[in-house]
Design a protein around this ligand. Structure first.
Ligand SMILES: Nc1ncnc2c1ncn2[C@@H]1O[C@H](COP(=O)(O)OP(=O)(O)OP(=O)(O)O)[C@@H](O)[C@H]1O
Ligand SMILES: [Mg+2]
Length: 330
């Protein structure tokens, strides 16, 4: 586990509790996120995993209060960043916080980069919105940011347009932009989506290196739990808008406790995991309009018991540093 940087303060930088996000749809109110708790310590790389539709992006957008409303509504909860609640903050304070204290790398770098401006124009613009620098100084800083993300020929890359770069290079540019404003918390929402697993691991490794230099805290969202568990200090697994398991990355990888976590790991190619095997779960996550009572995973769970249908499992401690929402855990 040499990739994992473990210079963590144990002071939470981000604390989410009882977050409820709903979307008004034609067919009714969709209960998209119902997250009991999630905290990320200063200096930590926290990996958030879960199938498509689990609510990972909605959580990330909520942290920045960027849920489109309507149709979305944050109907409850608290999101503390350094102890200050993002959800009740004045718009003006929030704007200062975005970028300065926390920044986000979005899922789709092609749609986040503007095709009509050069990479240099875009990176320097980000830098100059947060720091009073001359054009020349901002350009130097932009080149340094590209160097940090190991883009070859930073000067040349700054003069290019996004379409002239490969997918992996564009993602590195996005990360460079995320880093340029010197934010303490970086939320990276699947910046490696669509790229292969090695690139995903490479980007995580890079973030860990940058973290070692800057002390930055990272919330990294992805659906490959195998990569996250090996590269992150801790991981959280989401299912149907809820957290089902949180724990030390290496421990969860070796010994997952929630049946859903087991299924996610078992679905990875053989070479990636040695963890306890569980028949790969069939079926689909529930429709957020009709989340079943009790445990949301119950209809797909090979171990489900009567209690799982009747009672929603709470996220409880199931070992050192491990939280699990399952009646059958432990
Ligand atoms: N604007 C919206 N209106 C209605 N429903 C929405 C809206 N945005 C998101 N949702 C719903 O919220 C749920 C969670 O979506 P989200 O994008 O957070 O999933 P995700 O875990 O990020 O998935 P992926 O791995 O595919 O990125 C989905 O069921 C989605 O349909
Ligand atoms: Mg997403």
């Amino acid at each position: 586990m040499s990739e994992v940087v473990s210079d963590i303060s144990n002071r939470p930088l981000l604390e989410i509790s009882d977050l409820k996000v709903r979307f008004q749809t034609r067919d009714g109110l969709a209960h998209v996120v119902d997250l009991e708790r999630l905290s990320v310590d200063e200096g930590e790389t926290f990996g958030l995993a879960g199938e498509s539709g689990a609510g990972k992006t909605v959580v990330a957008m909520s942290i920045f209060r960027l849920i489109p409303s309507p149709p979305g509504i944050i109907s409850g909860g608290r999101i503390l960043v350094r102890g200050r609640d993002v959800l009740s903050m004045r718009e003006e304070d929030l704007r200062k916080m975005r970028g300065r204290k926390m920044s986000m790398i979005f899922q789709d770098p092609m749609s986040s980069l503007n095709p009509v401006f050069t990479v240099g124009q875009q990176v320097t613009r980000v830098i100059r919105t947060h720091e009073r620098l001359s054009a020349r100084e901002a350009e130097e800083k932009a080149a340094r940011a590209l160097e940090i993300v190991k883009l070859p020929d930073p000067g040349g890359t700054l003069r290019k347009y996004p379409h002239e770069l490969s997918g992996g290079m564009r993602q590195r540019v996005m990360i460079a932009m995320g880093l340029s404003c010197g934010a303490e918390l970086l939320v990276a929402d699947e910046p490696t989506r669509g790229l292969d697993v090695t690139i995903q691991a490479g980007i995580l490794k890079l973030l860990n290196e940058i973290k070692r230099e800057t002390g930055m805290t990272v919330l990294f969202i992805a659906n490959n739990l195998g990569v996250l568990a090996r590269m992150c200090n801790r991981v959280g697994v989401m299912y149907a808008g809820r957290i089902v398991e949180i724990g030390d990355g290496a421990d969860v990888f070796r010994k997952p406790a929630h049946p859903y976590t087991m299924a996610l790991l078992a679905a990875l190619p053989r070479a990636e995991t040695r963890s306890e095997k569980l028949a790969v779960t069939e079926g689909f996550p529930p429709d957020p309009l009709r989340i079943p009572p009790g445990c949301a995973f119950r209809p797909r769970c090979p171990r489900a018991a009567a209690r799982c249908e009747a009672e929603r499992p709470q996220l409880l401690e199931a070992g050192p540093g491990r939280l699990v929402a399952c009646h059958l855990a432990g």
